[in-house]
Design a protein around this ligand. Structure first.
Ligand SMILES: *[C@@H]1O[C@H](CO)[C@@H](O)[C@H](O)[C@H]1NC(C)=O
Ligand SMILES: *[C@@H]1O[C@H](CO)[C@@H](O)[C@H](O)[C@H]1NC(C)=O
Ligand SMILES: *[C@@H]1O[C@H](CO)[C@@H](O)[C@H](O)[C@H]1NC(C)=O
Ligand SMILES: *[C@@H]1O[C@H](CO)[C@@H](O)[C@H](O)[C@H]1NC(C)=O
Ligand SMILES: *[C@@H]1O[C@H](CO)[C@@H](O)[C@H](O)[C@H]1NC(C)=O
Length: 355
């Protein structure tokens, strides 16, 4: 019933595009759709930011229709190369075979309370003894609010996204793909014991993990689902931010002007969305209470020219974080004794109430 509804809705949407474009074929069909979706669901005068819009599916209306038809007949999996290429997905085991992502591991440690499986060396330059992360905490990964002051010099960690580029799937197509690991493996023709299998298993287990006590979480594979989740948690007056680019990564920068984001609430709440490795673009979104978000100009140390517009999020109450959280190792303190800030890296984003 649901899929029939989606199918009907989907073809209705296609009709709207066809009538709105004279050629009947719009290469940016899902972008236009997403703009309209944002305008309908989000109650601000701000347009959807480009970094989010750019993740919309590149599928044309015609391709969407024909792949949907194949999905309805349960044979889309036999057209995987064409589907993956047109939809900008990461599908093939050989392409995925040697993918390792530091961030896939690193984001786990931003989450309070659960999963502190790794033990990190507690000196700069020491070797981690953890299972997969062989890196020490990069300088500048964590910092204090007091460092966000004009003229302050700060090390910036690597902000560049090291995951393969992918796009969201349109929600109507996502609803036609299987959800279980086993079925997904079959659909994407993933071999047993391949790296791609490990990637899928890892991301899905993150998604299925029960939220911690005060946490609300959802994995989203479409921009519409992400907007819905942010609106569900924060209401329709929302803004979404990300650091503008990756300039300043792995070097020292000077802090320029700092803007404290005012949400009109005493304890700011955010929804942070972290990218997961998966065949299609998948985000792990979760609510984070007691934060303060900042927009910060980053200046070149020598020329003092503005090189980046950074977004930082500070967790103001760390009392339920693990004492072995790498933030405390890096900053030399413990749970509840300090606030902990970090930058929003490329392709991650944070939502707050817009005042
Ligand atoms: C939309 O925004 C306006 C102006 O900020 C506000 O008055 C109104 O209550 C908002 N509506 C919803 C549904 O949030
Ligand atoms: C992964 O990379 C290593 C070294 O770069 C290479 O020796 C190995 O064959 C690669 N594995 C696969 C499955 O391609
Ligand atoms: C995958 O790994 C398991 C456990 O190591 C092994 O029993 C199984 O035979 C492997 N399957 C393939 C297809 O290599
Ligand atoms: C900052 O990054 C943008 C985009 O990557 C680039 O075009 C620009 O030249 C950079 N600016 C500086 C000052 O490095
Ligand atoms: C911080 O969080 C803990 C546990 O959630 C709570 O007991 C404490 O009152 C909070 N502290 C402040 C200053 O809000």
């Amino acid at each position: 019933m649901t899929s029939l509804f989606h199918l009907v809705f989907f073809f209705l949407s296609l009709c709207i595009w066809s009538t709105s474009t004279s050629a009947g074929e719009h290469p940016l069909a899902w972008k236009s759709y997403l703009i309209r979706y944002w305008n309908k669901e989000v109650n601000t005068t701000n347009a959807i930011p480009n970094f989010l819009l750019s993740k919309a599916s590149p599928l044309s209306a015609a391709d969407s229709a024909s792949f949907s038809k194949l999905a309805a007949q349960n044979v889309l999996s036999f057209h995987l190369p064409a589907f993956c290429a047109s939809a900008n997905l990461l599908c093939f085991p050989d392409l995925a075979s040697n993918i390792t992502s530091y961030r896939q591991d690193a984001i786990i440690n931003y989450r309070p309370r659960f999963l502190y499986v790794k033990t990190y060396g507690n000196h700069k330059g020491s070797t981690a003894t953890g299972d997969s992360v062989k890196k020490r905490v990069e300088p500048g990964t964590f910092f204090r609010v007091s460092m966000l002051k004009k003229g302050e010099v700060m090390a910036i960690p690597e902000m560049k996204d090291d995951m393969p580029k992918r796009s969201f799937l349109p929600r109507t197509m996502l609803s036609k793909l299987p959800l279980s690991t086993l079925e997904l493996k079959k659909f994407f023709r993933v071999e047993d014991n391949s790296t791609m299998e490990a990637i899928i298993v890892k991301s899905l287990s993150e998604c299925e993990r029960a939220p911690s006590q005060s946490e609300t979480k959802r994995c989203v594979g479409s921009a519409e689902d992400m907007i819905d989740f942010a609106v569900l948690v924060l209401g329709r007056n929302v803004a979404v931010r990300s650091t503008e680019n990756v300039n300043g990564s792995k070097q020292n920068i000077m802090i320029g002007s700092v803007k404290e984001i005012d949400s009109g609430e005493e304890m700011q709440q955010a929804v942070s969305c972290h990218q997961s490795l998966f065949p299609y673009l998948l985000y792990y979104c979760h609510s984070v209470p007691n934060v303060q978000v900042y927009e910060v100009d980053m200046l070149d140390l020598n020329s003092k020219a503005k090189i980046n517009h950074g977004v930082a999020i500070c967790h103001m109450n760390t009392s339920d974080w693990s004492p072995s959280h790498e933030a405390f190792l890096a900053l030399g303190s413990g749970p509840g004794r300090i606030e902990v800030c970090h930058w929003i890296y490329e392709n991650d984003m944070t939502w707050t109430v817009a005042n």
